[in-house]
Design a protein around this ligand. Structure first.
Ligand SMILES: Nc1ncnc2c1ncn2[C@@H]1O[C@H](COP(=O)(O)OP(=O)(O)OP(=O)(O)O)[C@@H](O)[C@H]1O
Ligand SMILES: [Mg+2]
Length: 259
């Protein structure tokens, strides 16, 4: 059986390692993402979760390992290469630029230019078109933000996260990678963000999500991979685990038979 057989694997990573000098942040981690699933990555502080997604998305150079899209090896050695491969990453802290409006944030680096009657681009930004597309998008995703002209810093953490997540749909990405999307949010806003994650899935995206919230894993994710001390400790279907088992796998109190 080829390593790419299996249920609609769209993205795969093999043997991902990251060493910082003598510090082994990650060692030989494999990851498989299936079409239309939400894959949780869990693990204790320092387990290597953020390092893994940074290594997968070209934000840091990996020490070794390969990545594959649809069974073909792809070199993802920069954030731009990740975007080209159809991967959008949302980091909690860097989600939005405070000083910019919602429109400018969503279209940052991908601005729509105005065209004259002959369809020639003439440099000016087409804010009317961008605003329209954002309103359509927010409606489609049920994001309730009326005033898209205000600067991002005026919005709550949940709204900011919603805007950041919406970018993954706006630009036709296939994979959204989220590093602790609810870490800075209250209960109500967390639910809003997680419902939006489900809605990304409904729009055909596959999602990788780092979280410390076991309830979110159980309620919103399809599969879960557990990292411990930089290594893959277990991969499970969420329907086959409960919260206690997950915590046991995270701390090492439970050793995975299959790993
Ligand atoms: N730039 C760096 N230089 C040296 N070591 C690093 C660097 N970045 C991360 N590490 C180490 O790599 C390991 C994994 O860190 P990482 O940030 O991936 O953990 P994490 O699982 O995301 O933790 P958390 O849940 O706290 O976010 C840690 O031991 C960390 O100290
Ligand atoms: Mg982290």
């Amino acid at each position: 059986m080829s390593q790419f057989d299996g249920p609609n694997v769209i993205f795969e990573a093999r043997g991902i390692s990251k060493h910082y000098g003598g510090v082994v942040a990650l060692e030989g981690v494999d990851l498989e993402l299936r079409q239309g699933e939400v894959l949780a990555i869990v693990g204790d502080n320092g387990a290597g979760k953020s390092t893994l997604i940074k290594a997968l998305t070209g934000a840091i150079a990996k020490t070794s390992g390969t990545t594959h899209m649809d069974g073909q090896e792809v070199q993802i050695d920069s954030p731009a290469a990740a975007k080209d491969a159809g991967i959008e990453t949302v980091y909690q802290d860097l989600a939005l630029v405070n000083e910019l409006s919602i429109t400018k944030n969503v279209f940052l680096g991908r601005e729509i230019l105005r065209k004259d009657l002959l369809g020639r681009v003439f440099g000016a930004l087409d804010f009317a078109k961008m605003d329209r597309e954002i309103r359509d998008l927010f409606q489609k995703l049920d994001i309730r933000i009326a005033d898209i002209y205000r600067e991002a810093e005026a919005f709550s953490g949940g709204q900011r996260q919603a805007v950041a997540l919406s970018k993954t749909v706006m630009f036709g990405k296939r994979i959204a990678i989220l590093d602790e999307p609810t870490a800075a949010l209250g209960v109500r806003e967390s639910k809003m963000a997680m419902d939006l994650v489900s809605s990304l899935k409904d729009h055909g995206l596959s999602v990788i999500m780092i979280t410390h919230n076991m309830q979110h894993v159980l309620q919103y994710c399809d599969r879960v991979m557990v990292l411990r001390l930089g290594q893959l400790a277990a991969v499970r279907d969420v329907k086959d685990v409960d919260g206690d088992t997950l915590v046991g796998l995270i701390t090492g109190a439970i050793e995975d038979r299959a790993a």
